[in-house]
Design a protein around this ligand. Sequence first.
Ligand SMILES: C[S@@+](CC[C@H](N)C(=O)[O-])C[C@H]1O[C@@H](n2cnc3c(N)ncnc32)[C@H](O)[C@@H]1O
Length: 268
Amino acid sequence: MTGNRYLRAASPEEIKRQLRTFARMEKTHSGFVSFLRETAKPRKGSRILELGCGCGMMADRLRREFSAAAEGWDANPGYIAYAAGAYPRTACAAADLMSAPERAEFDLILFRETLMEFSSPAAVLKRNLGRLKRGGWFAALEPDYGATVIYPEVPGWRDFVDRYARFCSAAGNEDFFAGRRLPEAFLAAGLRNIAVRPLVETHSFLDRPALKEFLGAEIMSIKADAPLLTGRVFSAAGLAAVLKGLAAVARAPGAYVQTSMVAVCGQR
Ligand SMILES: C[S@@+](CC[C@H](N)C(=O)[O-])C[C@H]1O[C@@H](n2cnc3c(N)ncnc32)[C@H](O)[C@@H]1O
């Protein structure tokens, strides 16, 4: 049901990569916090749980934003060791989110880029429903790579995303289009008062360092996967053209990258 690429302890490099990726999405995260403030309305002392919390950044941010009692669970002991050291006031623990719920104890349970790891997000929501108090909320923030805009156009980029997405889902890894599929998963899990908010963030020529950082990180992560990709997804020459195109975007006048994530919440 979930890809196994996370289930061995994360290396220091993987931890750094998770922190960097998270830090690039500041505007999206402030938008997510506002969305929660308007919909789930966490109060002082509310019990919040992030499932698949990774290094714990979002769980700890929600603890601070809402003066809440926050916890984070993740299957990966490497991420949890980092979270426990970095955020001692957020209780982070190594746990499988598909384990049986014991009590209905949380006011808000969230997923950030975690439902995308599962072939059936609705089944994950259903499995965890019993951890929510009656009237409690699920919230999710997941990307939609199919809605990414890159200008100037990178030759081969769209074809690359489509093929890479098919490759990942066939391998049991993440769903690139998870964001747009969240509302149907929330409906299928029987939640009510469902609210949806797209959160779009731009990295543009007006903010050149952010654009360079974004594209640089994109290029690095594609390069890291390259041996896996070239045989089955793209020719080496095609991949090289995509990487060259991305690097050129960072230098082009008027260059512009828009990322797109979807936030959804729904009540038990
Ligand atoms: C893409 S990462 C997102 C991490 C974090 N939420 C963030 O936004 O940075 C997905 C996370 O889901 C965790 N995960 C995958 N399957 C899991 C499971 N069955 N139980 C708990 N955590 C799981 C992984 O270990 C990983 O940390």
